[in-house]
Design a protein around this ligand. Sequence first.
Ligand SMILES: [Zn+2]
Length: 474
Amino acid sequence: MISENLPQGSVWENFYRISAVPHVSGHEEQLALRLVEWAEKNGFSAKMDGVGNVIISRHPAPGFENAPKVILQGHLDMVPQSSDPDRDMTVTPVEILSDGKFLHTGGKTTLGADNAIGLAVAMTALSESPVKGELRAVFTRNEEVGMDGAFGIEPESLNCNYLINLDTGSEASIYVGCAGGGSVTAHCRPETVENTLPCWNLTIAGLKGGHSGIDIAAGYGNAIILLAELLRQLPDSAVAAIQGGTLSNVIPSSASAVICSGSDREIIDAAQRMTGEWRKILAPHGDNIHVSVAPAPSVSRAWSAKQKQKLLDLIAELPLEVVEFDDKWNIPALSGNLAKIAGDADNLDILVSLRAQDDAKKHTAQLETFNSFVKYGFTAQLKEGYAGWKPAENSILLAEAITAYRQIYGHEPQVKVIHAGAECGLFARKQPELEMISCGPDIFNFHSVNEKVDIASVERIQKFVFALLEKIYS
Ligand SMILES: [Zn+2]
């Protein structure tokens, strides 16, 4: 449903056309078919490839067959979030509202400006840009969940000179690089001893958490690492169980352990002492850490002192948090997230995720992590993950983009690299010669029911893309 008083014009017509077809991750096929239909109606050639990506080509004008070829790229899917649990977003389109400055849904659902605006900008360029060289639109499937479309895309679909990715949410910036990611999972059977001591639940909570790439340098604190620091202060206590973390790309905001000890005195004293120290360091970043100690049901077995020490030594040795910083781009060059731990008397499982712009650096860190796990008695598995996008030196596309940006905005763009994964990383591996940039309008509250897009910024990004195409072909 589309409300009245919405902005008008080609980019908006295209946005409403996309928004009318439900297209949450994993359910993009209807939208893909409609876009192929739209392309053919407009005289372009179009296909859906084997993994569900849509590739649309506007052929070059006669005499322009050897001119540069440009890809405009975005993703077909959107994140489904709804304030109404009964709303089925796989079949119900979003409702778009305008307050004159932003498009939003009134808090009902995700808007899907991420990434329907990117698609709409590409469609508008295909149907209206006067440039004569080949323009292509590449719309990928399932970016939000596993980047399936980017993983499975055929290299020929990317055999162009330049790619303009339209999936970032800040018009002040042009992105020229991103991090690759991978992980290591490990398992061991802990060495245990009989326990007759009373048990206590020790819980650290109230940390900010955050994204394990974008927020890793923010100093939010990882609850599992802090819990290990606290356990180090408890030489007379044994560990019977440990738990913390949720997903590989989230910094753990809470963690807990079952501790066996003659009394809770040592635990409470250490908890108070460490909490005071942590608050000094973490409070400026918005963390509201608190540590609680409560009696727990007794257990018959706990880890041996040697087993506990092994885990603490292991955690101290792993390449975690910001391992190396890139001063040129002012972001981490290599980071590690101790994402998850789950252990009891029978099993101990750990997940570490790693990110770097440079794939070789990431791989080396994965091997070091793997080796540390093996050294401390774990069996480990390395998951290669996805490639990074290293900023290109002397990119012609970036130089043209900066000129076009200046022309439209009257000032310089911020040229940035992001310490998180993006589809461009996967494209770089398939077509190493392809020059890429990433840009987009101002979108706020991504992946939430409060998602909103700045109307004027969409219109400026559209103008910027037109100006950039003109520069490329001039
Ligand atoms: Zn997106």
